[in-house]
Design a protein around this ligand. Structure first.
Ligand code: PA5
Length: 448
């Protein structure tokens, strides 16, 4: 059974009574929840798309089986969930001499690094590669530019057969990528209406790559549904839902002047959930001068890196501390350890992560860092799906308590528009003027 552990959530500075008063807004929020679920604004929660997904995806999963490599083109929410799931549930991909699930390999192009993309085109065999282009909007320049290059790469090697090696995951009706799918008869899976990138890992966006890797994607959905279904069926249950408690705590932290929220993951297999969570939290809640900064960290690695700052730096940090109950024991220490190390003899390697997790948790609490422990049952797909859903719902509710819209990301649009103007895309005349003005300022350089 997964659970939240609350005994260290409040401190002298973070009053339980305030957290409770925010939690008492559950009834008001449950009405909003009912409305937004009915209006189709929260598809990640309603999961109504799952039926279509279960109908359409198996054929494409079957199709991808003939390939050794999947090259995923996507960025932000179209990539971070995939990476988290691959690292957690398809570990063999990163193992020496990988011959894991049918030897499948995945390459996630979530940047515009010219060197890396060039390397992939040089090293991958197009005959044995399927390219999956993922973009909800269908127009994200980082993804679409890579699509053009991948298409050209496939075309050169395979001619018309390039179309068999390309799958797109995008909006059902709108956007450039959907037009491409129609124009070339490409296989496509849909991203449902209103399912924004950072809430889409458990749709075709993350699940097609997951299925390719042999990850139990239905168990991911099952885990997520076990948290979502009670809320969809009965919004009044929000009052006792763990996501409401998390949101109330998160909002209280902000009210008490905490500006940073550490996501300290002591299930090392889930380390890449950190960057996934960071995007979810930051892009959803960093609005109107509000929000707490997510800081992804991995136990125990970051004990030897940033933990000193967590413990004794500015007192502005709270912590979500993720653990899992059932670990693989790992190798056992031999009996013949040198003097001073005998205490390890006969113990499983897993004793370290357990002891260090406890030690760090205690140290954080002893330094008055408000801390909630998210205890997962294990590191299975089901637990991974649960964790994603819990954090997604908690993020939306925190946004509602803050009085901001957790589903948009208006501020990041400016940089994108300016980059488009720089590249000469038509329709960005205002941004061109802003650029010209910005570039007029003389640089102040210091060589080194
Ligand atoms: O969460 C979000 O909405 C964003 O981070 C998007 O995922 C990201 O910008 C990529 O967008 P798209 O999937 O439309 O290409």
């Amino acid at each position: 059974m997964s659970y939240l552990e609350w005994s260290r959530a409040c401190t002298a500075r973070v009053r339980e009574s305030h957290v409770q008063s925010l939690a008492a807004r559950a009834q008001e929020l449950s009405l909003r929840l009912a409305k937004e679920v009915d209006a189709g604004l929260l598809p990640f929660l309603r999961m109504g798309y799952v039926e279509t997904l279960k109908r359409d995806m198996p054929r494409l999963v079957e199709k991808t089986r003939q390939y050794k490599h999947m090259l995923v083109l996507g960025i932000g929410g179209s990539a971070l969930g995939t990476r988290a799931m691959q690292k957690a549930f398809a570990r063999e991909v990163d193992m020496p001499g990988h011959g894991g699930h049918e030897g499948k390999q995945i390459w996630i192009a979530d940047n515009v690094c010219p060197t890396t993309l060039g390397d992939w085109f040089g090293l991958l065999d197009p005959q044995r590669t399927v390219v999956v282009t993922i973009s909800k909007s269908g127009g994200t320049i980082e993804t679409i530019s890579q699509y053009f290059l991948a298409r050209e790469w496939l075309q050169k090697a395979l001619g018309e057969a390039w179309k068999d090696h390309m799958i797109v995951v995008t909006d059902e009706a709108k956007g450039f990528l959907r037009e491409e799918a129609r124009a070339h008869g490409l296989d496509a899976l849909e991203v449902p209406d209103n399912l924004g990138g950072r809430y889409s890992a458990l749709s075709a966006v993350g699940l097609l790559p997951a299925a390719f890797l042999g990850i139990d994607w239905e168990a991911l959905l099952e885990g997520a549904a076990s948290l979502a279904r009670p809320l969809v069926d009965n919004q009044a249950s929000l009052a006792t839902h763990p996501s409401m408690a998390l949101a109330s705590w998160a909002k209280a932290l902000e009210d008490y002047g905490y500006t940073d929220l550490i996501f300290f993951c002591y299930e090392p297999l889930f380390a890449m959930y950190g960057p996934w969570f960071a995007q979810l939290w930051a892009e959803s809640l960093g609005k109107e001068g509000l929000g707490t900064m997510p800081i992804p960290a991995t136990g125990v690695t970051d004990q030897h890196s940033v933990n000193q700052m967590f413990l004794d730096g500015i007192r502005n940090k709270a912590c979500l501390f993720v653990t899992s109950e059932k670990h693989n024991a790992g190798p056992t220490f031999p009996d013949n350890l040198p003097k001073g190390w005998e205490f390890l003899s006969g113990k499983p390697f897993s004793c370290l992560i357990e002891a260090e997790s406890l030690g760090t948790r205690m140290a954080l609490s002893m330094h008055d860092v408000p801390l909630v422990q998210i205890c997962l049952d294990d590191a299975s797909e089901k637990s991974g799906g649960k964790l994603m859903m819990l954090l997604e719902i908690a993020t939306v509710l925190t946004g509602w308590l803050m009085g901001i819209n957790p589903l948009d990301q208006p501020a990041v649009e400016l940089g994108k528009r300016l980059a488009n103007a720089r590249l000469g895309k038509p329709g960005y005349e205002d941004e061109e003027k802003l650029l010209a003005h910005y570039l007029k300022t003389a640089e102040v350089r210091q060589d080194f």
